[in-house]
Design a binder for this molecule. Structure first.
Ligand code: AMP
Length: 203
């Protein structure tokens, strides 16, 4: 059986993992973490509750820490897109537990809250931005953030994002992102539309 210590994660992250009480990796973590650590793009069939947030979140934080760079003003180093405010907040809450002992800064962008406050928070630059697609585009239109420095992308619950009609927004976002980049896509189902979408994001 694999342990978190076998996965090559930085000691600061191992401390956080112990602090949140994870003892052993879940199956999706065991499969995805080594692939992400090696720099591969990943496409995973995963339901909520399987530990998928840590499956992409832990290696993502590890890689951002290794790069030892700070985000540029209004810049974003890693973008995580999710369909709903609730899911965005849930992902950000998890990530904030993982980055507690690191300099990595997590920001959230969701509809239904002050766009000006979100623009202010983005001004200093963001290591990991967790966002719903609509509000992200509104902020990009206002030039409140730049995505061309984003070299990590996660699409979470991709099928749900398509069901909610985000296809056009997602295609627009795909053209704004930096290259080369590492992309991770997670979906509870894998219909043809999700495969088609993945072609816009996987280089
Ligand atoms: P998720 O599928 O990412 O929404 O995670 C579901 C729940 O499982 C969350 O509360 C996580 O904090 C928790 N979790 C994730 N990975 C592990 C693990 N390896 N051991 C125990 N709990 C975990």
């Amino acid at each position: 059986m694999t342990n978190f210590t076998d996965l090559g994660l930085t000691p600061k992250l191992l401390e956080s993992i112990t602090a949140v009480g994870y003892e052993t990796p879940t199956p999706i973590q065991e499969q995805a973490i080594p692939l992400v650590m090696e720099g591969h793009d990943v496409m995973g069939l995963a339901q909520t509750g399987t530990g998928k947030t840590a499956a992409f979140g832990l290696p993502l934080v590890h890689k951002l820490m290794q790069e030892e760079i700070r985000p540029k003003p209004k810049g974003v180093r890693a973008l995580i897109l999710a369909p709903t405010r609730e899911l965005v907040n849930q992902i950000a809450d998890n990530l904030r537990q993982y980055v507690k002992k690191t300099p990595i800064w997590v920001n959230v962008v969701i509809g239904g809250q002050s766009i000006n406050k979100q623009a202010q928070a983005l001004a200093r630059g963001t290591d990991i931005l967790v966002a719903t697609p609509g509000r992200l585009l509104d902020l990009a239109d206002r030039k409140a953030l730049y995505l061309d420095t984003a070299t990590f992308l996660v699409l979470d619950e991709a099928d749900q994002m398509l069901d909610l009609g985000f296809i056009h927004s997602l295609r627009q976002i795909s053209k704004m992102l930096g290259t080369p980049r590492q992309t991770m896509l997670f979906s509870a189902t894998m219909p043809k539309q999700v495969e088609d979408l993945s072609k816009a994001f996987f280089e």
